[in-house]
Design a protein around this ligand. Structure first.
Ligand code: ATP
Length: 526
């Protein structure tokens, strides 16, 4: 009988550090191929801005939610969790300001019928300076999402100069977005769809809330909205939680749930979609509390939490919203940004919202939203710090940070590319794959099945007896399984009942007992 050692079948080169930059195309292909994410209603051609999560995706998403809930709610004494309805009384959205103001600036291209968000459509005047020092605008260029590169500006300048038969050197100007364009400029800015000027409209406000009708009537009186954020549920239930719970300021109310926004330009896969999931927490503090200290503490908490689920420091940064761009009630907002393959973008917003929301609801409902201060014997409306993050954006971030294609060499010197998803064991959809070395050896299969069943009581595990062991390892690498255990002949024949434990990232193998395997999982999966 020839015993095949699993160690011989796997690549022997440790995972190299340098890998090619992640391409969104490869990531989207992997997500589809391995059942993480599908287009919604794909058999009908898909539905723009909506996605389905497949078997592995649903598992990964649930793990992200569960980790957040455990750390934010269950492991803290000062935060409680709730779950509120998606459709709320329409007056909620009037009081919160969403009916009047939850809009994005929309721009139409009259020729192509394409729509753009004006704050995501950038333009620059192309200015050339002649030898006598006189500067003149020779044309305009535009770009979606981020401003034109220096090379694009130079090419445009050369083209405008040729057409207009003028000399001069390109003069640097600051790019703006279309919300800042003058009317005469809008007429000269080329549409990204046609490349020609003259077809873009001036920006106008487009409310992003989805409307529906509740009840049998479909007139104005039955209009309701799908919530565009979960936060209002926490404000509207504030008094209920205070009156029934064990809470005392400062404390937080957290919720995870679906939100809906009729985004003008859903894009970048699941980064911006029309139906998405949020994890939000409203942290209520005394009106005289040092809000900036609490704000900073929550920003640091959110950063640490992202790292705890495997996002690397190198991909995270902070963006403080400039004071002049904040809503009038807002004291300060800091976004934690993530370096996605399509640019550095908002992942988690942490806003200091003062007492705005509770005050609005108190005024609109006629029900005071105050708490009593034992020290001063006075009532007051608490202030709030709000960390708000999207589950789908975290999902995309962990895929982007974890995805790698790397060259590995086997013991025969053959080099191949392995695709690996370096997901933290906390969130990996499958924690361990159990692999009997050979499927036609009953002793191996029986021992593997026994281990599989035992692991399955506590963890998401996968049993695979098909294909060569090396191929089985690769399949698990691609879906981010941190460990594979192989039941081989040493398990059966040698004392100690040990298995080969193979690590996804290092590809190193060592022998462990069942107790050691459970101890490892207990430590790493929390
Ligand atoms: P953006 O500026 O990217 O539109 P926002 O500032 O409007 O986002 P918030 O209202 O602060 O976002 O929502 C809180 C969080 O919800 C965001 O940080 C993001 O993680 C998530 N989120 C918001 N809109 C979407 C969307 N359309 N698709 C997926 N996630 C979203």
């Amino acid at each position: 009988m020839r015993h095949v050692s699993p160690a011989m079948s796997d690549a022997t080169t440790p995972a190299p550090a340098a890998t090619a930059p992640v391409s969104m195309d490869n990531l989207v292909a992997l997500a589809k191929r391995r059942g993480f994410i599908f287009q919604s209603s794909e058999i009908y051609g898909g539905f723009n801005g909506f996605f389905d999560y497949g078997p592995l995706g649903a598992e990964l998403k649930k793990n992200i939610r569960d980790c957040w809930w455990a750390d934010m709610v269950q492991r803290r004494d000062d935060v409680v969790g709730i779950e509120t309805s998606i459709i709320m009384h329409p007056k909620v959205w009037e009081a919160s300001g969403h009916v009047a103001g939850f809009s994005d600036p929309l721009v139409d291209c009259k020729v192509s019928k394409q729509r753009y968000r004006a704050d995501q459509l950038f333009f620059s005047p192309v200015v050339v300076t002649a030898a006598d020092g006189v500067a003149q605008t020779v044309g305009y260029v535009s770009a979606l999402e981020s401003e034109n590169t220096a090379g694009e500006l130079q090419t445009a300048a050369e083209s405008f100069k040729r057409k207009k038969a003028i000399q001069g050197t390109l003069c640097p100007v600051v790019a703006k977005d279309l919300t800042e364009a003058r009317e005469d400029e809008i007429a000269l800015i080329p549409s990204p769809a046609t490349g020609e000027p003259g077809s873009l409209t001036a920006p106008r406000a487009f409310n992003m809330m989805f409307q529906t009708n509740v009840g049998a009537m479909t007139d104005g009186s039955s209009v309701a909205y799908l919530r565009p954020e979960t936060a209002q549920g926490m404000f509207v239930d504030f008094k209920n939680v205070v009156d029934t719970g064990r809470v005392k300021l400062p404390f937080g109310i957290a919720q995870i749930g679906k939100s809906f926004r009729n985004e003008i330009t859903p894009r970048n896969f699941i980064f911006r979609s029309r139906e998405f999931e949020q994890m939000e927490m409203e942290y209520f503090i005394h009106e005289d509390a040092d809000w900036s200290k609490v704000h900073e503490e929550w920003i640091a908490w959110c950063e640490a939490w992202l790292k705890s689920i495997g996002l690397p420091d190198s991909h995270l940064s902070r963006y403080a919203h400039p004071k002049e761009k904040l809503a009038f009630y807002s004291r300060g907002t800091v976004d934690i940004m993530f370096k996605y393959p399509f640019g550095v973008q908002e992942l988690w917003g942490i806003a200091a919202r003062g007492s705005y929301d509770l005050t609005q609801h108190a005024n609109a409902s006629g029900k005071p939203q105050e708490v009593f201060d034992e020290a001063t014997k006075k009532k007051f409306v608490p202030h709030v710090i709000e960390p708000a993050v999207g589950v789908d954006r975290i999902f995309l971030a962990v895929l982007c940070a974890g995805y790698a294609e790397e060259a590995v060499t086997d013991e025969k010197g053959n080099t191949e590319t392995r695709t690996v998803l370096r997901l933290s064991p906390r969130i990996a959809p499958v924690k361990v794959a159990v692999l009997p070395l050979l499927k036609n050896k009953e002793v191996l299969v029986a021992r593997a099945q026994a281990l599989y069943k035992k692991l399955q009581r506590r963890y998401a595990v996968f049993y695979d007896e098909t294909a060569a062991i090396g191929r089985r390892y690769r399949r698990q690498d691609e879906i981010g399984t941190p460990w594979c255990v192989t039941i081989d002949f040493d398990t059966i024949e040698k004392p100690g009942d040990t298995f080969t434990l193979r690590d996804r990232d290092t590809m190193q193998q060592r022998r462990v007992t069942e107790a050691e395997l459970f101890a490892l999982l207990e430590e790493q999966v929390y």
